[in-house]
Design a protein around this ligand. Structure first.
Ligand code: PEP
Ligand code: MN
Length: 340
């Protein structure tokens, strides 16, 4: 349930409500707006009587949350969440382009790519050091060395980096190097991993599972939020359908649906959604048109030599051309595309 405090409720009144929640064995989550404070009460609501709270001093109203996710819900927070990554923001009317190779393959490849995506206008560098590969014989990433290369690229270009973490044990290591931790589609419902990234402070980009529903995605986000990390970015990266012309099927409707149900920022990954370079730009433009908060795009300086996902990687020149198109689309729909 959600307790909305009256405008101008005193600190003392808020503290009394928090104390009462804790006395009942529940965990309060406080969201302070400009005018009102909203308190989420997390736990099995059947065990709590709402009437006990409605009459407390300073309480305006008590709203039951019927959805299975609470902290991720628009009911809990009306305003869009903006995730700050250093000086870059994800959400709140900005369209953020994150770009880079599927995998960190070498220092030369990553640095060349980082310089070029920065020149094109990307604000965040992507690159996998730990790669979830379908085949155990495929390139699995450089691990720690890959993280060190990403840190070098950040140092040179100033771009914050996003990279995937695949296991609970690797969370401290990846969090030491990354600015955003990525939870991949295959781990979208790895609840132990969600728990671990929820207990650390770096922002998390959470991908939708291969066959995950929107509700499942929001429940996965709820794991992270309920463990204390409010900085979650949702990512639609295509889902499995009967269609074989593209690697996955981009669920473009997921953006307005998620925006209606949740306050969290939503980005689109048109690269994994399609698996085909030629379709990436049209879907990135669609992402801007539908009101997504950004895109996560694979770019490789020499896609024909890529160790992973070459066929869906844009060249830096293609990214540059796309950025011009995105400028027009974002302008048309009232989104801000920052200049780098
Ligand atoms: C990736 O972004 O590198 C990746 C593996 O994507 P996904 O988890 O969406 O397949
Ligand atoms: Mn990839």
């Amino acid at each position: 349930m959600i307790i909305v405090m009256k405008t101008g409720a005193s600190l003392k009144e808020v503290s009394a409500v928090l104390k009462q929640i804790e006395t009942h064995g529940f965990k309060p989550h406080v969201s302070k707006g400009e005018e009102t404070t909203v308190i989420g009460v997390i736990g099995d609501e059947r065990k709590i009587d709402q009437a006990n709270f409605a009459t407390l001093p300073g309480v305006d109203r008590v709203i039951p949350v019927l959805k299975p996710y609470k902290l991720a819900s628009r009911d809990f927070r009306k305003k869009d969440t903006v995730v700050a990554v250093g000086e870059v923001s994800v959400g709140g009317g900005t369209f953020t382009v994150m770009a880079g190779p599927c995998a960190v393959e070498s220092a030369e490849q990553t640095l060349e790519c980082a310089r070029k995506v920065k020149k094109a206008g990307a604000l965040v560098l992507r690159g996998g050091a730990f790669k979830p590969r379908t085949s155990p014989y495929a390139f699995q990433g450089l691990g720690r060395e890959g993280l060190e290369i990403l840190a070098e690229a950040r140092k040179e270009t100033g771009l914050p980096v996003i990279t995937e973490v695949m296991t609970v044990e690797d969370v401290p290591l990846v969090a030491e190097f990354a600015d955003i931790l990525q939870i991949g589609a295959r781990n979208s419902q790895n609840f132990n991993l969600l728990d671990a990234v929820g207990r650390q402070e770096k922002p998390v980009l959470l991908k939708r599972g291969l066959s995950g529903t929107i509700e499942e995605l929001l429940l996965s986000a709820e794991y992270i939020l309920s463990r204390g990390n409010p900085n979650v970015i949702l990512c639609e990266r295509g889902i499995r359908t009967f269609e074989k012309a593209t690697r996955n099927t981009l669920d473009i409707a997921a953006v307005p649906v998620l925006k209606k149900l949740s306050h969290l920022p939503v980005v689109i990954d048109p690269s994994h959604a399609t698996g085909v370079r030629d379709y990436v730009a049209p879907l990135a433009r669609a992402a801007a048109a539908v009101g997504a908060d950004g895109v996560l795009i694979e770019v490789h300086p020499h896609p024909e030599k890529a160790l992973c996902d070459g066929p869906q990687s844009l060249t830096p020149d293609m990214l540059e051309a796309l950025m011009h198109e995105l400028r027009a689309v974002t302008k048309a729909v009232g989104l801000h595309l920052p200049k780098c």
